[in-house]
Design a binder for this molecule. Structure first.
Ligand code: C2O
Ligand code: CU
Ligand code: CU
Length: 571
């Protein structure tokens, strides 16, 4: 870590110098905003790979990580109520995970640091979409590797549709009047390579440097994700115009909330409406007004030197140059006055209040760790909380830290109850999965932990600043179901047919009631090639992607968690 920082420090000096020299030259040149491809349906194929892209206009291509393409990943449209199946193939040279940020799903499907996908392995999670319409995302979550793998550009949007949202007269044409924006920033070396640092010198919007886009002269919706590494963005428009926030992390608000600025922290999403109907032929800039941020908010912290020095620190800078062109044929011209009934959870419903702390630390013998939750670094083998299934809980987070931290929890969408005793502003009064915990403050939120219990796989909570998370500012909890005791101690004995097999491998259980928690198929040297959480076995296991050879099937029984191993041959 330290050496890397020292190197970066040297590079930083050069980059800042070059940017000062060339800032006039580049200030008027824009690149067209890249819009991620889309996928829809119920089966999604994601191929994660090392690749490269022409990020800087001239010179070397940049080594990137991409999902199906040359960076970032496809926007997946999914419908509430559908069961979606993911075929996630890790073609990186490293292990990774893919976490479905904001999705309410079984822990074993969640893609947190425990669901490691080794290189070359296919992971097949699936779940019923229970989330409300909104903007969600997916990203790597391998412990101590999140910053590095996200710096490569890995991630993607998931847009949930449902009947409530579909009935509203909102802009909904992807890339035309409904535009996804993922905000991040990068340090780019003199050979055009991404440097793994908390703060970059160059703003990237949808992986595009100096992005511009043409929108129609009507009401336009932007779905904005802070998918960066550390920085918060204090968003607003260059002419000071107001805009309407219509959705937060977990979906629509009750009604549009009119603002002129919105401070978006790591992992957070907002959907906004901007009325461009009187702007035909004009240009406006979406900007980050970060010059007004306090020292204890990421992006407002200004360092004259050291690993956190960066060109964008405490500055106002462009996020997107917007050109306004012709209207579409059926433009949305009005902002609706009502969106939906948001059934927030009353504080009185809580079964328990959990008190957590965030503090600054220097743990003896641990270098680099700056911030901790409950005075403890993340430990894979330590379960921080047991949460009984169907509990409604208040999480009260008291921070003595000198810095603000965006706190994220998996499994649930929550309602913020208060920040230092004050109820949230209207734009934050809906459902969220990230809450900014300001320096030396107390934040309370309430959530219901329903549907999914799992004795083996935990859910995570953590600061979404990648470096803080990687350094251990994270904890985990198991959702427990006391009503489902272990009824059997039998090992799940089974036979495989046909064996040898070619396309499909079938399992027949000696005990018909056997339920399977997990199947891993390992090759002859013991490496997982196929990972099937809670597999649906009715149609057999599709082994067509495996090369010919001998394999082991490792089956974990759902009730007893016994692991049974059998051998089979793929022809
Ligand atoms: Cu966006 Cu634990 O993740
Ligand atoms: Cu998450
Ligand atoms: Cu943090």
């Amino acid at each position: 870590m330290r050496d890397m920082f020292t190197n970066n420090l040297l590079k930083k000096g050069v980059v800042v110098f070059l940017m000062l020299l060339t800032s006039n030259l580049f200030s008027q040149t824009y690149n067209n905003l890249w819009i991620p491809d889309t996928l829809s349906g119920t089966t999604f194929n994601l191929n994660i790979k090392d690749t490269f892209a022409q990020i800087v206009n001239t010179g070397n291509q940049t080594i990137t990580g991409g999902i199906n393409g040359k960076f970032w990943g496809p926007t997946m449209f999914i419908n509430k109520g559908d069961v979606v199946h993911m075929n996630v193939k890790n073609n990186l040279n490293d292990s990774t995970t893919v976490h479905w940020h904001g999705m309410h799903l079984p822990a074993v499907m969640d893609g947190g640091p425990h669901q490691i996908i080794p290189p070359g392995t296919l992971w097949q999670p699936y779940w019923e979409v229970k989330n409300d319409a909104g903007t969600y995302w997916y990203h790597p979550h391998l412990h101590e590797m999140s910053e590095e793998q996200m710096t490569k550009g890995l991630g993607g949007f998931m847009i949930v549709r449902d009947e409530v949202e579909s009935k509203l007269a909102l802009p909904r044409t992807y890339g035309v009047d409904d535009i996804p924006l993922v905000l991040s920033d990068r340090d780019i070396s003199s050979t055009n390579q991404f440097v793994v640092v908390p703060y970059g010198d160059s703003m990237m919007t949808n992986m595009t440097l100096r992005a511009q886009y043409t929108v129609p002269a009507q009401v336009v919706r932007f779905r904005i994700l802070n998918g960066g590494l550390e920085r918060s963005y204090n968003l607003g428009f260059s002419d000071g115009r107001s805009f309407q926030v219509i959705a937060s992390d977990g979906g629509l608000l009750t009604a549009p909330v009119t603002v002129t600025k919105y401070l978006l922290h790591l992992g957070e999403r907002i959907e906004i409406l901007v009325d461009c109907s009187n702007d035909l032929g004009k240009s406006i800039d979406l900007k980050a007004y970060n010059s007004t941020l306090a020292q204890n908010v990421a992006g407002g912290d200004f360092f004259p030197n050291g690993p956190f020095v960066n060109y964008l620190a405490r500055k106002d800078f462009n996020v997107l140059h917007i050109n306004v062109g012709a209207k579409t044929s059926n433009p949305i011209l009005n902002v609706p006055t009502f969106l939906r009934t948001v059934n927030t959870i009353p504080a009185a419903n809580a079964n328990i209040t959990r008190a957590l702390t965030i503090s600054d630390t220097n743990i003896v013998g641990v270098t680099g760790a700056a911030f901790v939750i409950n005075h403890k670094l993340f430990d894979y083998n330590y379960n921080n909380y047991d949460v009984p299934l169907n509990n409604t809980e208040i999480w009260q987070i008291t921070s003595t830290s000198n810095f603000g931290h965006p706190f994220h929890i998996h499994d649930v969408e929550f309602n913020i109850l208060s920040v230092d005793g004050v109820a949230p502003v209207a734009a934050q009064a809906g459902f969220k999965d990230v809450v900014f915990v300001p320096s030396k403050s107390t934040v309370k939120f309430i959530a219901k932990f329903d549907n999914y219990a799992d004795a083996l796989h935990p859910f995570m909570y953590h600061c979404h600043i990648a470096l803080h998370e990687d350094e251990g500012m994270m904890g985990q909890f198991i959702v427990t179901d006391k009503t489902s005791g272990i009824k059997s101690t039998d090992k799940s004995d089974f036979s495989l047919y046909p064996n040898p097999a070619n396309e499909k491998l079938y399992i027949s259980f000696n005990n018909q009631d056997t339920k399977v928690y997990y199947i891993s198929i390992l090759n002859i040297v013991g490496k997982a090639v196929l990972m099937l959480p809670r597999p649906e076995l009715g149609n057999g296991i599709d082994i067509s992607s495996l090369s010919a050879g001998t394999y082991f099937i490792q089956l974990t029984d759902d009730k007893t968690k016994y692991v049974t191993v059998k051998k089979f041959i793929k022809e």
